[in-house]
Design a protein around this ligand. Structure first.
Ligand SMILES: [Zn+2]
Ligand SMILES: [Zn+2]
Length: 453
C-alpha cells in the first residue's frame, strides 16, 4: 500500500464550484495573489485572474474577496479515542472537528482501549473511518503490545494492514533495547516510528513544568530534561541503526537544541510543535485550570521562544495539534488528578494566526507551510493548490473574530486550552479529497453539499 492508500474516509460527491476573488496562498507552489479558483469534479481545474472565471451552469459560487485560500491543513497527531472511549470522541466527531478547523487529513494515535496493536483492531478502525470519517484519516499502530514496552507488535503485518507508522504515544519507549529492536524491524515493516519522549524517572509524578511557577504553586514539576535526554538517547540509537525517528510534541528549549544537533550529524530525525506550546506558557497554569494541563506540559517563556524559533528555522518541520479530548467530569477533577490533554483541531490555525502571525512573530506563508507538512513525514501527498490536483483547500476570513467555545464544539469534548479566548480567523470552507466537508458563514450556498456527503 502506498501512503495515499492508507487514508480512509467516507468520500462524497466531487465538488463543482467557483471560488471568486480569494487571495490564494500556497507557499510551495509560489502563489500569493488574488485569483478565481474553479473546482470541477473535485479537482482544481483552473486558476484565473480575479473576476475572469465563470461557474459551470448550476454550480455554486463563493464570493471570497478579502478572504484567504490555502491548501488545507494536515494534522499528524490526533486522538480519536476509539475504540473504547467514545464518550470522549469518535471517528465522526473527531474528523468533523478536523473539517471545521480546516484540516483535510489527520493521523490518529493508537493509545485506545484496546490498543491498536493487532491487525484486527486496526482493520475495524479503518473500516469505521471508511464509513464515518469526514476527512481522510490515517492510523499509527503501537510499537509495543498494549504500550507496555516489553514486546514488539507485529509491525510488518500492521503496516500491510494499513498502519502509516508506529508510536506508543502517551508513553515513552522506556527500554533502549526495545527501541533498538523496533528500529531494526522498521527496516522490514516500513513506516515511521514516532516517539513521545519523556524519562519516567525524571517526570516522576509531576503535573506541570518544573520551574518558577511550579515552585510558587507548590506542585510537582516535570523538568525539561525529561524530554531532551530521551531525544538524545533515541537519536543516538537511530543514528547507530541508520534508522529514522519522528519526535512528537516538542516542548522544551533543550529538545529543540537536541533535534538541531542530531540533524547536523546527518541523523534522520524530524519533529513537530503544537499550537499550545507555541502560544502558551506555565504562567497560564497559575489559575490551576485543568484545560492547561497537558503532557508534555506548557513550559517557560524561554522554552516557548525556542519552539517558535525551531519552527521558523525548520528544525521543527510541522505543526501537530495533539488533539486530546477528555470528558467534562474527568477534567473537572482537581488539577493534580485531572487527565492530561487539550483539544486543538478547531482552534489550531486561529490560535497561531492570532498569537504569532498578527503580531508579526511568524509570517503567514511559513505557518501555512508548517500546518500542511505533517503528512509528508509519513509518506502522504502534501496538499497543494496547483491545477490538476484533488481539491484539498481551506478558505479563511482572517479578519473575522470569534470566541472559542461560544457556539459549542464539533468535538465531543470541550477541554480546549483556548476556551473563551477571542481569536482572529474563521474557517469558512474546507474541501478534503475533492469534496466539501465544511461550509461556514461565508459559504452558506454550500451547506447542502456538506449534508449530502
Ligand atoms: Zn504524547
Ligand atoms: Zn498525543
Amino acid at each position: 500500500m502506498s501512503g495515499h492508500e492508507k487514508l480512509f474516509h467516507r468520500g462524497g460527491r466531487p465538488a463543482e464550484l467557483l471560488i471568486r476573488q480569494a487571495h490564494v496562498l500556497d507557499p510551495r507552489v509560489g502563489i500569493d495573489a488574488p485569483h478565481d479558483v474553479l473546482i470541477r469534479d473535485g479537482q482544481i481545474a483552473e486558476l484565473g485572474e480575479p473576476g475572469a472565471l465563470e461557474a459551470p451552469s448550476g454550480a455554486p459560487q463563493v464570493e471570497a474577496a478579502g478572504k484567504h485560500l490555502f491548501p488545507a491543513f494536515v494534522d499528524p497527531h490526533v486522538h480519536l479515542r476509539t475504540p473504547g472511549q467514545e464518550y470522549k470522541e469518535n471517528v465522526d466527531t473527531g474528523t468533523r472537528a478536523a473539517a471545521v478547523g480546516g484540516f483535510c487529513q489527520v493521523i490518529a494515535m493508537p493509545n485506545t482501549s484496546p490498543t491498536v496493536d493487532e491487525v484486527s483492531v486496526l482493520r475495524s478502525l479503518t473500516a469505521a473511518a471508511a464509513e464515518q470519517a469526514w476527512v481522510p484519516t490515517g492510523f499509527l499502530a503501537a510499537i509495543t503490545v498494549g504500550l507496555q514496552g516489553s514486546e514488539l507488535t507485529e509491525m510488518a503485518a500492521l503496516s500491510d494492514a494499513g498502519a502509516l507508522g508506529f508510536t506508543d504515544d502517551g508513553k515513552p519507549v522506556v527500554s533502549a533495547g526495545m527501541l533498538r529492536k523496533a528500529l531494526q524491524y522498521q527496516r522490514l515493516a516500513g513506516g515511521v516510528i514516532a516517539l513521545h519522549e519523556e524519562d519516567p524517572g525524571l517526570s516522576g509524578d509531576g503535573v506541570m513544568h518544573e520551574g518558577a511557577v511550579s515552585a510558587r504553586l507548590g506542585v510537582t514539576g516535570i523538568p525539561s530534561i525529561s524530554e531532551s535526554t530521551m531525544i538524545d538517547r533515541d537519536a543516538a540509537i537511530a543514528r547507530y541503526e541508520d534508522a529514522r525517528v519522528h519526535f512528537q510534541h516538542i516542548s522544551a528549549r533543550e529538545s529543540v537544541e537536541a533535534v538541531q544537533f542530531w540533524r547536523s550529524t546527518g541523523t534522520r530525525v524530524s519533529a513537530e510543535a503544537t499550537p499550545h506550546h507555541l502560544t502558551l506558557t506555565d504562567e497560564d497554569v497559575l489559575g490551576l485550570d485543568s484545560n492547561f494541563k497537558m503532557n508534555p506540559p506548557l513550559r517557560s517563556e524561554a522554552d516557548r521562544q525556542a519552539v517558535i524559533e525551531g519552527l521558523r528555522s525548520g528544525v521543527l518541520e510541522c505543526i501537530a495539534t495533539d488533539h486530546a479530548p477528555h470528558a467534562r467530569h474527568e477534567k473537572e477533577m482537581p488539577f493534580e488528578q485531572a487527565p492530561m490533554g487539550t483539544t486543538g483541531l478547531e482552534t489550531a490555525f486561529a490560535a497561531i494566526y492570532t498569537e504569532l502571525v498578527r503580531p508579526g512573530v511568524l509570517p503567514l506563508d511559513l505557518v501555512v507551510e508548517r500546518m500542511t507538512a505533517g503528512g509528508g513525514l509519513y509518506g502522504l501527498p502534501i496538499p497543494t493548490l496547483a491545477v490538476g490536483g484533488p481539491a484539498n483547500l481551506v478558505l479563511v476570513d482572517l479578519e473575522r473574530e470569534w470566541t472559542v467555545g461560544e457556539g459549542g464544539y464539533e468535538s465531543r469534548s470541550q477541554n480546549c486550552c483556548f476556551h473563551g479566548r477571542r481569536l482572529h480567523g474563521t474557517v469558512e470552507l474546507t474541501l478534503a479529497a475533492g469534496g466539501v466537508v465544511h461550509a461556514g458563514l461565508g459559504a452558506r450556498a454550500l451547506r447542502q453539499e456538506v449534508r449530502s456527503i
